[in-house]
Design a protein around this ligand. Sequence first.
Ligand SMILES: CC1(C)c2ccccc2-c2ccc(C[C@@H](CC(=O)O)C(=O)C(=O)O)cc21
Ligand SMILES: [Zn+2]
Length: 307
Amino acid sequence: MRRYQEKATIIPKRLETSQSQQPVIITGSDLVGSAYHWNLDYLCAHLGYGLYTVYSSTSGKFKYYDEKKVPNVPSFKPPTSHTDMTFQDFVSILRQKNDSKWIYLQQPLNDTVGPRIEMDFKGFNWDFAYRQMKKNRWGPLTSNLLLVGMEGVITPAHYDEQENLFAQIQGYKRFLLFHPDQFECLYPYPIFHPHDRQSQVDFDEPDLKKFPLFSKLKGYEGIVGPKDVLYIPMYWWHQVESLQGHGETISCTFWFKAAPTEKVVYPLNAGQKVAIMRNIEKMIADTLKDNKNMPHFMKTMVQGSAD
Ligand SMILES: CC1(C)c2ccccc2-c2ccc(C[C@@H](CC(=O)O)C(=O)C(=O)O)cc21
Ligand SMILES: [Zn+2]
């Protein structure tokens, strides 16, 4: 990933989250201590023969897209494809080291896994996870995603709408994180677009004519290795690269719903403004029914009141 900017703030290392919705790399939590022995052979032997969703990309970049929104953009060409296969098949493709084919397994950890994996899963440091949940007033845990990525894969810049404790089990991942207030430097796709929540800017070849504020982007950088847990606050943009030279990466995410907003306190924070922008954009799209008119309609709305 070409360095898009000279200096990035290094994500601080702590023993647990602070209540300030700031990213931290948590060390020593043993959140997934019972999975430190997970490697490809162990997972092959114990994950069972369920089918796993495996994404493939010709570019090494895995820009997520929402299949339900593809009809909204007739010209949309999916940048990745996915198939379901057994973990054993995934590992044999991974080991073919065919460098024109990049693959990335992502799969909710559910009850199809074998008894050994279930035992490891039950052995996670749930006490730590729930302590962070209570301390930060997050909502309930919604899912744990198992991720196995080929070295070099990149998940381009996007934000998620849940709080995330990202546990690294094997390999190294470089994270670039950006505060929600960097929204205008990252030019998200429209909500109705399949790439909703993703940045339109290609960090390797940024089109500064089309996206001039990208050069003003300021962010955080951190490398997570085995046993590290990164707290990715909701609405924070992140781009993730599985570092070359350290083999495949194995990660597990812990996604929590947002904390309930009791009393709205002014001034609103950047995350709240993103939520409001999303709600307004959804209302306009529902009212207009025709997504093509959205940009013009919203520009008219703003320019109309420019004077
Ligand atoms: C790219 C991929 C495999 C994917 C394809 C299709 C649908 C969803 C996803 C998805 C969701 C989460 C991640 C993990 C992480 C990025 C990373 O670690 O690479 C991240 O963004 C997060 O933890 O929030 C990765 C993926
Ligand atoms: Zn994400």
